[in-house]
Design a protein around this ligand. Structure first.
Ligand code: RP5
Length: 166
């Protein structure tokens, strides 16, 4: 794999996962973190997955965010092939509303960790924020931007509820 300047790889099992994973991409964008977005399926493109995961560190990535739905083995398989931290995002599946995705990502046997986030958009946003927190350990500018992001979030929360809104 060619050298990549982006510190974060966002991988997903299918084009259909982008509707969820774009929230990770947009969150990274808001923090000024470059990312490389790819479709890498553990079962439909297994060779692509092996090539990506075994070369991810040498390519320059620091963190991998992996989203998948259903029998969501992509994050675990990727984690088994790279020493980089892997954050898994369970995509909300049609059949089981993402419960299948969540359980198959979170329940890794001891030895190969996948940091598992919530199902759907919340998980995608938080995966990006967790990746940012990891990268901020060695990047003061990013640490400041992450602080500012949280401060803006706090400032946007009203002290009292608007009574005319449902
Ligand atoms: C998984 O199968 C993907 O991560 C996706 O969430 C799910 C369904 O894929 P499509 O049938 O929409 O391509 O591999």
């Amino acid at each position: 794999m060619a050298t990549i300047s982006a510190p974060v790889a966002i991988i997903m099992g299918s084009q259909s996962d982008w509707a969820t994973m774009r929230h990770a991409a947009e969150t990274l964008d808001a923090l000024g973190i470059a990312h490389d977005d790819r479709i890498v399926s553990a079962h439909r493109t297994p060779q692509r997955m092996v090539e990506f995961a075994t070369g991810a560190k040498a390519a320059g990535f620091k963190v991998v965010i992996a989203g998948a739905g259903g029998a969501a083995h992509l994050p675990g398989m990727t984690a088994s092939l790279t020493p980089l931290p892997v954050f898994g995002v369970p995509v909300e599946s049609k059949a089981l509303s993402g419960q299948d995705s969540l359980l198959s990502i979170v329940q890794m046997p001891a030895g190969i960790p996948v940091g598992t986030l919530a199902i759907g958009r919340a998980g995608a946003v938080n995966a990006a924020l967790l990746a940012a927190a990891v990268l901020a350990l060695s990047d003061e500018g990013l640490a400041d931007r992450l602080d500012a992001y949280r401060a803006r979030q706090s400032a946007a929360i009203a002290e009292r509820p608007a009574k005319d809104e449902a």
